[in-house]
Design a binder for this molecule. Structure first.
Ligand code: NAP
Ligand code: GDP
Length: 330
């Protein structure tokens, strides 16, 4: 049977990883299937904040399935600076993509949330039932509330119109094609770029905050496989957390150490404790995921431990090889 899978945000970190898996993975579960046509959108195909652009895209491609990734995305410092933009622009994009998917009778829509939408004050590990249990961390409440609304919308579209809409909740993501801007990016690409410049210019490498906060990182190509599995096999409307295990949580200092090693930076580095730490931790449980996919292998495993440093080396290598053309601000 033929299907057209439209991926919004197809040029971003996650979109590029899904494209890579679809083109390169030969397995039955994750690889491209006969009769499937995958369309990876960028903002050049249309501005999803605009209803007319969104409708025109759906009219052109007539998707049977949608993976909705497009969003105004950024790390802690961008979230703190642009709270209203993160709220409004993401709400506009999501409202258009979900409603036009209903109008065009899409068979299935998978949207992307994030673990930063969970309540700040909570018990650990966090699980899928806790999305609406209390206010998110104040540093990113704009982005978080726009994302939480997708879960509310999915339930409403399902209950009123029978739409097959669901969502996934990834932890912090990293990999090739990330945004390496110095200020508006996430911690891993931002620090990789800063460390690269410190090495090149013989200047100090300074990490924002105390280095103590804890995060779970998922490699974009692992996440891509899980997205494809959710699109094909996951039947619930309720979200599912896509994460490495709780034991694989690392501190921001661990992240900085892995980057220093991957970049080959020889100097000392320091922490600018005047800068924000954001949420201390958001440790998420992957129990639900592992009930469905007990044998899923995160890249690469070594005696049960996620080899974070190896994966960081791979994405740092990508940054160095693509320095001239990648997104890095200035
Ligand atoms: P990204 O690299 O910043 O890519 C964003 C994508 O959205 C790009 O393809 C961009 O198109 C597109 N886009 C942005 N505004 C648009 C608009 N108005 N109209 C049409 N397209 C637009 O983001 P990402 O890191 O891949 O994130 C993908 C999803 O994962 C997002 O929903 C994000 O919230 C979620 N997520 C990310 C992380 C993380 O650590 N990165 C963690 C948890 C969840 P252009 O390239 O043309 O600008
Ligand atoms: P978050 O997980 O949503 O908070 O997003 P980030 O990927 O932005 O990670 C934020 C954590 O990394 C905070 O504890 C920051 O203090 C720390 N951090 C250290 N240096 C940087 C940096 O250069 N950029 C970013 N985004 N975060 C940094």
């Amino acid at each position: 049977m033929s299907s057209v899978i439209l991926v919004t945000g197809g040029s971003g970190l996650v979109g590029k990883a899904i494209e890579w898996v679809i083109e390169n993975d030969k397995s039955e579960r994750f690889g491209k299937k006969e009769g499937e046509q995958w369309i990876f959108l960028t903002s050049k195909d249309g501005d999803l904040r605009q209803r007319e652009d969104t409708e025109a895209i759906f009219k052109k491609y007539k998707p049977t399935h949608v993976i909705h990734l497009a969003a105004v995305v950024g790390g802690l410092f961008k979230n703190m600076k642009y709270k209203l933009d993160m709220l409004r622009e993401n709400m506009l994009i999501n409202d258009n993509v979900l409603d036009v998917s209903k109008e065009f009778k899409v068979d299935k829509l998978v949207s992307c949330l994030s673990t930063c939408i969970f309540p700040d004050k909570t018990t650990y590990p966090i699980d899928e039932t806790m999305v609406h249990d209390g206010p998110p961390h104040e540093s990113n409440f704009g982005y978080a509330m726009a994302k939480r609304m997708i879960d509310v919308q999915n339930k409403a579209y399902n209950e009123q119109y029978g739409c097959n809409f669901t969502s996934v909740i990834p932890t912090n993501i990293f990999g090739p094609h990330d945004n390496y801007d110095l200020e508006d990016s996430h911690v891993l690409p931002g620090l990789t770029h800063k460390c690269y410049l410190a090495k090149k210019n013989n200047t100090p490498f300074i990490v924002g905050g105390t280095g103590k906060p804890l995060r779970q990182f998922i490699y974009s190509r692992d996440l891509a496989k899980l997205f494809i599995w959710v699109l094909r096999e996951y039947k619930e409307t309720e979200p599912i957390i896509l994460s490495v295990g709780e034991k694989d949580e690392v501190s921001i200092k661990d992240v900085a150490d892995a980057i220093v090693d991957a970049v080959g930076f020889q100097g000392e580095y320091s922490f600018d404790t005047t800068r924000a730490d954001g949420q201390y931790k958001k440790t998420a449980s992957n129990e639900k995921l592992l009930k469905y996919l007990p044998d899923f292998e995160f890249t690469p495993f070594n005696v049960g431990m996620y080899h974070f440093d190896i994966a960081v080396k791979e994405s740092t290598q990508w940054f160095l090889e693509n320095y001239e053309t990648c997104r890095r601000g200035h």
